[in-house]
Design a protein around this ligand. Structure first.
Ligand SMILES: Cc1cc2nc3c(=O)[nH]c(=O)nc-3n(C[C@H](O)[C@H](O)[C@H](O)COP(=O)(O)O)c2cc1C
Length: 178
């Protein structure tokens, strides 16, 4: 069985999680920017991960375009985000990113972190707009996520935990990919 973890990461959180998964599954680790369809031929399991940006999985469209030329591999996805893992996070992400219902796509959510200083200019501008939007609300009306977002501007937060990859490892193991 041949396995690979493909990832796209802006500030390093998805990369860290992808490295843990690749290590646990003895899988090849491939940055999305370095691959084409021919690099993915012959794999039985392909795991793709990207950070969440306004609810969208970074690099997903590009990865799906690359694998449209690849047959026979089981595809599994994961997303990292700053928000805590909630019960409905996966169904919402499947709906938003794949326009399908829960269960139609094997997708896992792994909590990442937030590093404002490592962001590129465009993302910094987006975050400043978001910050102004949150700040325009009365303090009592701000959600816990919005409060967490405001706090994260002044300090880098890293919520990654190697135990959080266990559901992905279990999924691959139970289906005989190891
Ligand atoms: C512009 C912007 C939008 C974001 N949107 C979300 C979001 O919708 N949900 C979430 O949980 N985290 C969101 N985040 C936080 C990132 O998903 C988080 O930092 C992620 O772990 C980044 O992964 P990466 O460094 O591998 O790209 C956002 C961050 C930025 C800068």
């Amino acid at each position: 069985m041949k396995r690979a973890v493909v990832y796209q990461s802006k500030t390093g959180y998805t990369k860290k999680v992808a490295e843990w998964i690749a290590l646990a599954l003895s899988a090849d680790l491939l940055p999305l920017s370095s691959i084409s369809a021919s690099d993915l031929l012959g794999y039985d399991l392909l795991i793709y991960g990207g950070g969440l940006y306004a609810g969208g999985i970074n690099g997903l469209k590009c990865f799906n375009a690359v694998i449209s030329g690849v047959d026979g591999a089981q595809i599994v996805y994961f997303a990292t985000g700053a928000t805590p893992k909630r019960e409905n996070v996966v169904p919402e992400l499947i709906q938003h990113n794949f326009h399908q219902d829960e269960g139609a796509v094997p997708l896992f959510y792994v909590r990442g972190g937030f590093n404002y200083t490592a962001l590129g200019l465009m993302d910094k501008v987006l975050m400043i707009i978001l910050k102004l939007k949150i700040k325009s609300k009365k303090e009592a009306d701000r959600s816990p996520d919005e409060r967490g977002m405001l706090a994260a501007f002044s300090r880098t937060v890293d919520f990654t935990n190697s135990n959080d990859i266990e559901p992905i490892v279990k999924y691959a193991t139970e289906r005989g990919f190891l």
